[in-house]
Design a protein around this ligand. Structure first.
Ligand code: IDP
Length: 138
């Protein structure tokens, strides 16, 4: 099924000058990038994005990390894009991520893991509305 999903290069990825390199990996894997932007995320937006983690002990550190510098936010389109992108990105902890996934290659640790990707079709819909408000009328 044709889908689109949300991907974010987190501050550690932008800081280490990995943006172009990471973008290329999506294209190399036959996924299409659209609606790309760089932005300094507001704390309130990141709080909403990660609302379901609000009671985790690492939540405040996560907010500090995610807002410490610019991020690159983009939509990735393709057949089964949600699942394919999650597979390309790898699991949360880079040390546990499969070989050659982006987090295993570039993630620093399970907090600073370089890339966010929506974990389901429903999350993608919700997150796209949060990060790309300009694409919607209401
Ligand atoms: P995901 O990004 O792989 O979907 P989530 O459990 O939704 O994983 O966690 C969101 C983000 O919170 C992670 O990508 C990572 O940056 C951070 N995080 C998750 N678990 C931990 C932890 O145990 N310690 C510190 N940060 C964490």
């Amino acid at each position: 099924m044709e889908e689109r999903t949300l991907v974010i290069i987190k501050p550690d990825g932008v800081e280490r000058n990995l943006t172009g390199h990471l973008l290329k990996e999506f294209e190399r894997n036959d996924l299409r990038i659209s609606h790309l932007k760089t932005m300094q995320p507001e704390m309130a937006l990141v709080r909403k994005h990660y609302a379901e983690l609000a009671d985790k002990p690492f939540f405040n550190d996560l907010l500090t990390y995610f807002t410490r510098g610019p991020v690159v936010v983009f939509l990735v389109d393709g057949r089964n894009a949600v699942k394919r992108v999650r597979e390309l990105v790898g699991v949360t902890d880079p040390k546990a991520a499969r070989l050659n996934t982006l987090r295993s290659l570039y993630g620093i640790d399970k907090s600073e893991n370089t890339i966010h990707a929506s974990d389901s079709f429903e999350s993608a819909e919700r997150e796209i509305k949060l990060w790309f408000k300009e694409l919607f009328n209401n």
